[in-house]
Design a protein around this ligand. Structure first.
Ligand SMILES: Cc1cc2nc3c(=O)[nH]c(=O)nc-3n(C[C@H](O)[C@H](O)[C@H](O)COP(=O)(O)O)c2cc1C
Ligand code: SF4
Length: 488
């Protein structure tokens, strides 16, 4: 992962944990309305993909155990990982694109309700993503993937002169492959160069492809059907994934230059999200909570910044969402070049760092790093007259940080991903005045590296305790606990 060049190592924020009485009086542990439901506390575990589903996208016992373990800590809200809304193969990522997935998802919601004693609202994050291919070997790219055009012949002629553009396609392919990387810059288009270096990736602007052109027609019913299944499976609500590197975030982004009324101006970029929300709301009604996660800043050249996000916040609130969960970055545009045979991963560049900042940082450091963008969005949404709750995430790992964000009205609920992963009981430990027993996240992103390699996600701190205890289940590599050690 990219890291700020300063590489300043930051200490964890001081841990002044509350007594049981202080916790009872704290803002963090007060209830809050989320549309038709009420969260018992303002604590939130955001979506985290643990790589535990089957290859066909079904819930496994390991998936159920993973969410049950988070529910032990009784957060106000627990959001289940990004779950695909289409009925297409997508590896071991959860899916909800067909009724056959409902049964497994029902087991998951039942486990969360049971473990939290009914205290935790459980939402599911609904995602759509476009196709991405692995980085091809150079010879294969020229022999098979590259579509030879008249422009290649013209540029070869300009570069090598007489005869270079003659011959059949196979000869042109061979001549292109023989060019140096520097020469290729003048011969391939920018997009072809990227396909060679990063692997082919579809974009929402590829409107020459019928399935991309038709996304505005295909997506609203797909999201609506997925939301219906989510309610049938016992979820209290859905979180539309409008963040990071995926389809809906790409529609919102200033990089969306579609000319069909769904790109260009902010108003046009908001059109598909508005249509998705309306289609989902029609199905969900007031039966379930409907919110979204979106980016307070894309953190890539030409992308959205916080002023765009504040404008979108108002429009998303106006469209009737029950919450706005704010994330940052996590884009493909600045992803590191993958190894040959690997697909690009959207959390390897600067935008990825800003999504999941580590202790090796700049002056600002990782802690509460992204709260200011949530605060700016919340201020703008409030000024426009909407009371929609806003959720902040990013390096929040202590009671004081969470309370400060709520006291300063920077956010209405506080999300902690990695700290909840390190110690799923941490919310409950705070409530019970047992803060000193909290296993504190070190923000070095061992877990995120596992995610990147599509390995079962675990926390490095879990393996420091009794690995030989009788009820310990181990990861596929046999070296790591699959779940956080029991508290009691
Ligand atoms: C292993 C892992 C998987 C993640 N998967 C998702 C996901 O499915 N959807 C999502 O919106 N964010 C995902 N995130 C980002 C987190 O929800 C969160 O925004 C980020 O880690 C910053 O919060 P933190 O500093 O509290 O960890 C993931 C993070 C991690 C570490
Ligand atoms: S692996 Fe590291 S960054 Fe991830 S939750 Fe554990 S301590 Fe935190």
């Amino acid at each position: 992962m990219w890291q700020p060049p300063e590489r300043i190592k930051h200490e964890l924020p001081p841990a002044a944990w509350p007594t049981r009485e202080e916790a009872a009086a704290a803002r963090l542990f007060q209830p809050i309305a989320l549309g038709p439901r009420e969260a018992r506390t303002r604590t939130w575990v955001p979506a985290m993909v643990p790589w535990r589903a089957t290859e066909d996208g079904f819930v496994t016992d390991d998936v159920v155990d993973w969410y049950r373990r988070f529910a032990d800590g009784k957060p106000g809200v627990l959001v289940v990982e990004a779950t695909g809304i289409r009925d297409i193969p997508s590896g071991p990522l959860l899916r909800i694109g067909h009724d056959r997935f409902v049964e497994g998802l029902s087991k998951l919601t039942a486990a969360v309700k049971e473990a939290s004693g009914g205290e935790t609202l459980v939402f599911i994050q609904l995602i759509d993503f476009l196709s991405i291919r692995r980085r091809p070997p150079r010879d294969k790219f020229f022999a098979r993937f590259l579509a030879i055009t008249e422009q290649h012949r013209e540029r070869l002629f300009a570069l090598r002169g007489q005869g270079a553009a003659d011959g059949d396609e196979a000869e042109i392919r061979a001549r292109l492959e023989a060019l140096t990387d520097a020469e290729l810059v003048g011969v391939l288009t920018e997009r072809e160069l990227e396909d060679l270096k990063q692997g082919y990736r579809e974009r929402v602007t590829d409107v020459h492809l019928p399935h991309i052109r038709d996304l505005p027609t295909s997506l609203p019913p797909l999201f609506a059907a997925a939301a219906t299944r989510a309610l049938a499976a016992g979820f209290d609500g859905v979180e539309l994934h409008f963040a990071h590197a995926y389809t809906m975030a790409s529609f919102l982004s200033a990089l969306n230059t579609r000319e069909d009324g769904y790109g260009g101006s902010r108003e046009n970029r908001m059109r598909l999200p508005r249509e998705v929300i309306s289609a989902v709301r029609e199905r969900v009604g007031t039966q379930g909570v409907l919110g979204c996660r979106y980016l307070g800043d894309d953190v890539v050249a030409g992308g959205n910044h916080v002023d765009d996000a504040a404008w979108f916040g108002v429009e998303l609130a106006r469209a009737g969402l029950d919450f706005l969960s704010i994330s940052k970055g996590g884009k493909f545009e600045d992803a590191r070049q993958p190894k040959v045979g690997w697909a690009a991963y959207p959390y390897t560049g600067r935008s990825g760092y800003e999504c999941m900042p580590t202790i090796y940082s700049d002056e600002r450091g990782p802690f509460s790093r992204n709260t200011p963008i949530a605060a700016e969005i919340r201020r703008t949404v409030r000024t426009a007259g909407f009371t929609t709750p806003v959720i902040a995430a990013g390096g929040i790992a202590s009671f004081a940080q969470a309370e400060a964000a709520l006291a300063a009205e920077e956010a209405d609920l506080v999300a902690s991903a990695r700290q909840s992963l390190a110690d799923p009981d941490w919310w409950l430990k705070m409530r019970e005045g047992q803060g000193e027993t909290i296993r504190r996240c070190e923000f070095t992103n061992y877990c995120e590296a596992l995610d990147q390699q599509h390995k079962q996600v675990t926390c490095k701190l879990w393996d420091r305790e009794a690995l030989d205890a009788p009820d310990v289940t181990m990861a596929q590599d046999g070296k790591r606990r699959l779940l956080a050690p029991r508290w009691r």
